[in-house]
Write a new protein. Structure first.
Length: 214
């Protein structure tokens, strides 16, 4: 406990940094994932191609490489932002590819007759997707989306290597102060556990409320 009590402010700062990264990156990933899933099932060929390329490139690119591309590459093109914002962009874009595929798999579970019936009533593609298909697909994608966001929370640890304040990075400060590295990592693990269990509890509650009965 001495490692924690003597350095509580350091742990709290790192914990809040990780929590902030997780929340903002999750919101970005969900928004982009929804857009890309819509592109992938759109009747317009160019949108389907764009969505496919987005998912294929990001799912097959190591996250660390994406961090290098965003945090070190974008400033070369004149885009200068705080490192925290770049980290959110890297995490959000990377995770959006997995969110997209989870949503698309849910969309594919909705019977095609649902969409055909909506179109026969004069609904546009956007109306059919948002009012008919996605509300039904949402029920089946709650568990995979929750698992993806838990992975995002753990992936945020990479941001510490790029001067972003987050939980794992606290080990450097405490190591320099001579604290036992084992107990340092134990409390870091507890912090990540709190965040991932909170996400798990949230999606478990959503699944109980909206999930498909099996």
């Amino acid at each position: 406990m001495k490692v924690l009590t003597d350095n509580l402010s350091t742990y709290v700062e790192g914990f809040l940094g990780t929590l902030e990264l997780t929340v903002y990156s999750s919101l970005l990933a969900l928004a982009l994932g929804f857009v890309m899933a819509s592109f992938r099932v759109a009747p317009v060929g160019s949108l389907r191609i764009f969505g496919t390329v987005w998912v294929t490139v990001l799912r097959n690119t190591p996250l660390t490489l994406l961090f290098f591309a965003v945090l070190l590459g974008l400033p070369r093109f004149g885009l200068v932002l705080p490192f925290e914002v770049f980290a959110v962009l890297a995490l959000g874009c990377y995770t959006s590819a997995f969110i997209c595929e989870a949503l698309r798999s849910g969309i594919n579970t909705v019977p095609t007759g649902q969409g055909e019936a909506a179109r026969s009533l004069g609904m546009t593609f956007g109306q059919t997707l948002s009012l008919v298909v996605l509300p039904q697909a949402f029920r089946s994608v709650i568990p995979p989306v929750g698992s993806t966001l838990i992975a995002l929370a753990k992936n945020s640890a990479i941001a510490g290597a790029f001067s972003v304040t987050e939980l794992l990075g606290t080990y450097k400060t405490l190591g320099e102060l001579g604290y036992n590295v084992v107990w340092t990592f134990v409390w870091i693990a507890v912090g990540y556990l709190v965040i991932t269990l909170a996400i798990s509890a949230l999606f478990h509650a959503l699944e109980r409320t909206f999930g498909v009965a099996r």
